[in-house]
Design a protein around this ligand. Structure first.
Ligand SMILES: C[S@@+](CC[C@H](N)C(=O)[O-])C[C@H]1O[C@@H](n2cnc3c(N)ncnc32)[C@H](O)[C@@H]1O
Length: 287
């Protein structure tokens, strides 16, 4: 089975965007990830969120739903925090691999940062329609590079889009790794590892089912089934030890789990928003 349907925009991209929008609408202030475009980009899809509070899983009542939303907002926040560090140290390009409905390009606070959005062509086209239909203009320093990671060369498509291979770049690869083959994962890591000093990457990954507790296995099975129903499929998992081996060509690695993520971003909250379980981890790696 294909991990991504050729002609159809990514349904998981919509689902994670709905949860980021739910964070803006329903979670206590201060938000972990403040995104003024998160609701707006969804247009009519956001009305669906507001019409069915309580019944919509992206809303707030179920602890599992809260834990998943916490992960999604934390990984976006982590990526943009690490990006800010990279820009301060000279990075001039930000590449969103599997950008989905990420709105960073429309909130970019870094004056000289070029943004490359890389995504499956069907998803990218759908996003561009949503932006246009919902009155969100395309900033000048945003470049689109349509790529099917399983069939096309990321380097070739970025070259065609005007990517500068001599400049330090920062890559965000959020919510994408589980959908890839191991070969594509390795080819992408190898590509990033070949970038100039000062470059880096942030991504998240899931641990294999067999290392999870029985309760976490249930949550894993339920999410995997829903993703598969959406026409996409989880197929790549790693342990932290395996990730360290995959990233051996990077100078520095930070690989954080729910306890560290909660301590960093969810301490002292007045609501119940926080990660649960140990399945998901977030990684930053620097050259
Ligand atoms: C769960 S969404 C995450 C989107 C976005 N990064 C976010 O955090 O909102 C997964 C994304 O990976 C992209 N993707 C998955 N497999 C892909 C492939 N083989 N080629 C290109 N994009 C792919 C999908 O199009 C989708 O945008």
């Amino acid at each position: 089975m294909e991990a991504v349907d050729e002609a159809r925009p990514s349904q998981t991209a919509l689902r994670v965007a709905l949860r980021r929008a739910a964070h803006q609408l329903y979670d206590a202030r201060p938000l972990v990830f403040d995104d003024p475009f998160a609701v707006r980009i969804l247009g009519a899809h956001a009305e669906e969120l507001q019409r069915t509070p309580g019944r919509n899983p992206a809303y707030k009542a179920r602890p599992y739903s809260i834990g998943l939303r916490a992960l999604l907002v934390a990984r976006s926040r982590y990526a943009e925090d690490r990006l800010a560090d990279a820009v301060a140290q000279g990075a001039t390009q930000y590449v969103l691999l599997g950008a989905g409905l990420d709105t960073f390009a429309h909130r970019n606070p870094h004056a000289h940062l070029r943004v490359f959005e890389v995504d499956h062509p069907a998803t990218q086209m759908w996003k561009r329609d949503l932006l246009r239909d919902n009155g969100i203009a395309s900033p000048e320093n945003l470049v689109y590079a349509p790529v099917d990671f399983e069939r096309q060369s990321l380097a070739d498509q970025l070259r065609e889009a005007g990517f500068d291979f001599a400049a330090p770049s920062f890559f965000a690869w959020l919510g994408v790794v589980p959908y890839l083959t191991r070969e594509t994962f390795r080819a992408t890591i190898e590509f990033i590892a070949a970038q100039p000093k000062g470059s880096g990457v942030v991504f998240d990954y899931g641990q294999p089912r067999e290392v999870l507790s029985p309760l976490e296995q249930l949550a894993h099975d339920s999410l995997a089934a829903r993703v598969q129903q959406a026409g996409e499929e989880f197929r790549l998992f790693f342990t932290p030890q395996e990730i360290a081996a995959e990233l051996r060509n990077f100078r520095e690695i930070e690989d954080i789990g729910s306890a560290e993520i909660n301590a960093r971003y969810f301490a002292d909250r007045t609501d119940a928003l926080r990660l649960m379980g140990s399945a998901a981890r977030i990684v930053g790696a620097w050259l």
